[in-house]
Design a protein around this ligand. Sequence first.
Ligand SMILES: [Cu+2]
Length: 355
Amino acid sequence: MTIMKRLFLAVMFAMTPVAVAAAAPAAPVATATAAPVAAPADAAATAPADAATTATAAPAADAAAAPTFEYARPVDGVGQPVPGGWDFQPQVTETGRYAHWLNNVVLLPLMTIVSLIVLGLMLWIVARYRAKANPVPSKTTHNTMIEVIWTLVPVFILVGIAVPSIDLLAKQYAPPPADAVTVKVTGYQWYWGYEYPDHSVPEIISRMLPEEQAVARGEPYQLAVDNRMVVPVNRTVKLIVTGADVIHSWAMPAFWTKMDAVPGRLNEVTFKADQIGVYYGQCSELCGIDHGFMPIAVEVVSEADFARWVASRGGTMPGAAAPAAAPAAAGAAPAAPQAPAAAPTDTPAAPATAS
Ligand SMILES: [Cu+2]
């Protein structure tokens, strides 16, 4: 026994340096990734401001209409949770409605029926085949017909579920069409960054609004943000999701969309919202102390409003004739945040060079 104890202690002591050695490199890694995080935040925080001032200054010079954009007010119960709610949020995407149908019309009734049948069988067996009612136990061991039935029925049920499930999965991750609006989503501790490489809109930092500001804007506190992601209605939006520091997850319940934001990786997910409105989501991967305070707000707007929003951010619509002053401002601004943002991951530079 003492030999075992000594052996155990020896193993524990032997492993301690391993644990320390494994923990030690974590510190430089953490600081290494933390450093670039602060940089893009600062750079990006100032960059949109510069772009905004140049964008407003430029039209004043040539007396063109100032590209302004006002956020819409959310509608109660749409794109946000409701008190006492137990169902999914109303879905505003085709895949969302399909998934909602699969859950509520196929899976829930199936689960209920199977559970009730199993419960009923058990109760029947407990009552009918109890020892007191069967002084002489039956010696039956096999019944071919019953065995065939209880093998085939579950197979049919599982195949029946698999067909729409795989179909849904394929629809959720179908390659986006060529005219999809690309948004690069970056999760930071603890806010989000949205960049529109095809529209020359530099990274927009999106942070949670303080309570009094959220209330003043008629928005739900802890879901309202200062800068929303704005996307056009009835257009596929391709999200390229990554993390700058730790793993976050971009989740939007009303779109049936959720994608992990993993440092060093670019995850792609698409959605196509078909109703104009304001929709809220939250980071859905435990990412640190303020994980619960990095909400997501998406505003779905008409094509014309989207163009106005892009202009208000100093960007240009793809294929549109570039305004005289805007491209210079828009072209200069993204250079600063993009370079440090590309540092933690290798590939994010690709969209920048492509645009
Ligand atoms: Cu997070």
